[in-house]
Design a protein around this ligand. Structure first.
Ligand SMILES: Nc1ncnc2c1ncn2[C@@H]1O[C@H](COP(=O)(O)OP(=O)(O)O)[C@@H](O)[C@H]1O
Ligand SMILES: [Mg+2]
Length: 290
């Protein structure tokens, strides 16, 4: 067994997390469709610590997805550097990061294979990469699903479980590859409040066990404060770091936090910063993105 030999508790369960530091240094991204330069990111720098639950907020069209795509290796950068721990993902001589299992994007619309059971879905990555035999991968998948509260559902197909369970299985499917960072781009955007709160609980539970670094984009400021360790507020396009809000609410967190005074104050502080940028975006005539 090479990589997938650990359970959900793979990152610092006995102490501080040590993997998954994300360093973004002076990042610039200029899109150039048909010679029209669009500067999406302008010398943006961020230091995300190992095991941090990092929330990214900012006005629509400010460059959040552009940042995530650069980290994931979905597109090139114009200049600057991105490091994951001490590995240079992209930089001056390497404009596009190689995609890899150390960074996994959890997509908004779900990406489980409907014709495979939850356990087969989870086992898929280490199996196709040849990291584990089919038998060992399935055993590992069942073990990790059980740790995520899905022990009885490993043999079910995605269509046979609730959407909340399916989304939880997706995260387990990402984690079996032992990523250093999970990348999520407004994953719960289209969900109603109740489903969203179930998703939050599931994600927090998994995060509390793994302490995997999470890079999570949202426009929902309550979600940002409820989930995050720190909230990075970005400026209107071209994106730079405007402010970092430290969320000093202890974990594990539950829904009682939402009605507490510290929570309300943090949401207000974040809202003030985002609102200022949203007004600038409006005045500049930035287009609302779907
Ligand atoms: N492929 C592209 N070609 C040209 N411009 C783009 C492209 N992708 C994004 N942009 C522009 O870059 C800016 C930032 O986009 P994006 O990162 O998607 O913003 P956000 O995720 O914060 O809403 C926007 O002005 C958008 O129109
Ligand atoms: Mg976006």
């Amino acid at each position: 067994m090479k990589r997938a030999d650990a359970s959900l508790e793979f990152n610092g369960s006995s102490g501080m997390p040590t993997r998954g530091a994300l360093t973004i240094r002076d990042l610039v991204k200029i899109y150039d469709p048909e010679g029209v330069n669009i500067m999406a990111v302008d010398h943006c720098s961020m230091q995300i610590t190992p095991g941090e639950f990092c929330m990214i907020v900012g006005p629509s069209g400010c460059g959040k997805t552009t940042l995530l795509n650069a980290i994931a290796g979905f597109h090139s950068i114009t200049s600057g550097e991105i490091f994951l721990d001490d590995k240079l993902l992209c930089g001056p001589d390497k404009p596009i990061a190689a995609q890899g299992a150390d960074r996994i994007v959890v997509f908004q619309n779900g990406a489980l294979f409907p014709w495979k059971t939850l356990a087969e879905n989870v086992a898929y990555g280490p199996m196709v990469q040849g990291v584990l035999s089919k038998r060992n991968a399935l055993a590992k998948a069942h073990e990790m699903l059980a740790e995520a509260g899905l022990g009885e559902f490993g043999g079910k197909y995605p269509g046979e479980v609730s959407s909340g369970m399916a989304r939880r299985a997706e995260i387990v499917r990402a984690l079996i590859n032992r990523p250093k960072v999970l990348l999520l781009d407004e994953p719960y955007r289209a969900m109603d409040g109740l489903t969203k709160s179930i998703m939050h609980e599931a994600l927090l539970e998994i995060y509390d066990r793994t302490k995997v670094t999470i890079f999570f984009i949202t426009h929902d400021l309550e979600e940002a404060i409820f989930l995050g360790d720190r909230v990075y507020v970005l400026t209107t396009r071209p994106c730079r770091l405007k402010k970092v809000v430290n969320v000093d609410i202890p974990r594990p967190r539950n829904y009682e936090v939402l009605s507490s005074e510290p929570f309300r104050l943090l949401v207000e502080e974040t809202r003030d910063a985002v609102h200022e940028e949203a007004i600038k975006a409006f005045q500049l005539g930035e287009r609302e993105l779907a």
